[in-house]
Ligand binder design. Structure first.
Ligand code: PGA
Length: 241
C-alpha cells in the first residue's frame, strides 16, 4: 500500500485526478471503476478541466460505477446515474454506451445483479477503481455485516449510511433504504485501487480499515489484501494515526 498524505480536499482531488489521467493516457481504453458521493466531486472537476484543456480523452474508456439506489433511475436527481452524468460524463467525451451503473429501476434484484456481474466480468479487470469510504467503514455499499460478499448484491442500507446520505435528499424518509452494489471481488481484482479519504468524519473508519483486523464489520479493511492500493488522505482524515 502507498499512502499519499495531503493537506486538504483540493490537494486530494488534484492528486487523484493526476493518477486517473496518467492511467487514461497510458491506456486509452482503460476500464475505470468510478464512485459517487462528495469525496470524488473535486477529482471529477479536475478531470473535466484536463479534458477541456485537451490533455486527456475518454473516448475509448469504459466505466463501471460501484452502486445505485434501488428504485431510482437517471431521471431522479438523487440517483447515482444522475450524479455521474451531472458531475462527469456530460462534460467529457466518454461514450454514453460505455458508461455503466447498476440498473436501479430493475426491481428484480437477482436479474439486476446477475446482469451487472456479467457486464463487469465481460469488461475484464478494472484498471483503476476509485473508492470512497463511509463513516461506518463501508466501501461501495458493502455495509458492515457478518460476512464479505463477492458479487453484486442488494443491500439494506444501515441507519448510519441513511443518515450520512440524507443531505442529498429533502427528507430522511426520501432516502432509499436499499441499493445494488458491486461486491468485493471486482474491487480486489482491480489492477489499481485508489481510496480517497477526506475530513475528520472519516478518520476513525480509515484508521480501523488500515490498521485493524480484516473484518466484515469494517468492510474497507479488506483493502489490506489489495496488492496495489493507493490511499490519498488529507490531514483531518489521518488525525487518528
Ligand atoms: P462521501 O461518501 O464521499 O459522500 O463521504 C463516501 C462513501 O460513502 O463511500
Amino acid at each position: 500500500m502507498k499512502l499519499i498524505a495531503v493537506a486538504n480536499y483540493e490537494e486530494m482531488s488534484a492528486r487523484a485526478a493526476e493518477i486517473l489521467l496518467e492511467q487514461v493516457c497510458a491506456k486509452p481504453d482503460s476500464v475505470l471503476g468510478l464512485a459517487t458521493g462528495s469525496t470524488p466531486v473535486g477529482t471529477y472537476q479536475n478531470m473535466v478541466t484536463a479534458y477541456e484543456r485537451g490533455e486527456a480523452s475518454f473516448a475509448q474508456c469504459r466505466s463501471v460505477n460501484l452502486d445505485e439506489y434501488v428504485g431510482l433511475g437517471s431521471e431522479d436527481e438523487a440517483s447515482y446515474h444522475y450524479f455521474m452524468w451531472h458531475n462527469l460524463f456530460h462534460h467529457i467525451d466518454i461514450r454514453p454506451e460505455n458508461a455503466y451503473l447498476p440498473d436501479g429501476k430493475n426491481l428484480d434484484a437477482r436479474d439486476a445483479c446477475t446482469r451487472y456481474d456479467q457486464l463487469v466480468s465481460d469488461l475484464g479487470p478494472i484498471d483503476l477503481q476509485v473508492l470512497g469510504i463511509g463513516s461506518n467503514g463501508h466501501i461501495a455499499f458493502n455495509e458492515p455485516g457478518d460476512h464479505f460478499v463477492a458479487d453484486t448484491h442488494i443491500v439494506d442500507l444501515t441507519d448510519a449510511t441513511i443518515d450520512d446520505n440524507q443531505r442529498f435528499f429533502q427528507r430522511r424518509e426520501d432516502v432509499p433504504t436499499q441499493a445494488y452494489t458491486l461486491g468485493m471481488r471486482p474491487i480486489l481484482n482491480a489492477r489499481l485501487a485508489l481510496l480517497l479519504v477526506t475530513g475528520a468524519g472519516k478518520a476513525e473508519a480509515l484508521h480501523r480499515s488500515l490498521t485493524g483486523p480484516i473484518t466484515s464489520t469494517v468492510p474497507a479493511s479488506i483493502l489490506q489484501l489489495h496488492n496495489n492500493l493507493i490511499v490519498i488522505a488529507d490531514e483531518a482524515a489521518l488525525s487518528k494515526f
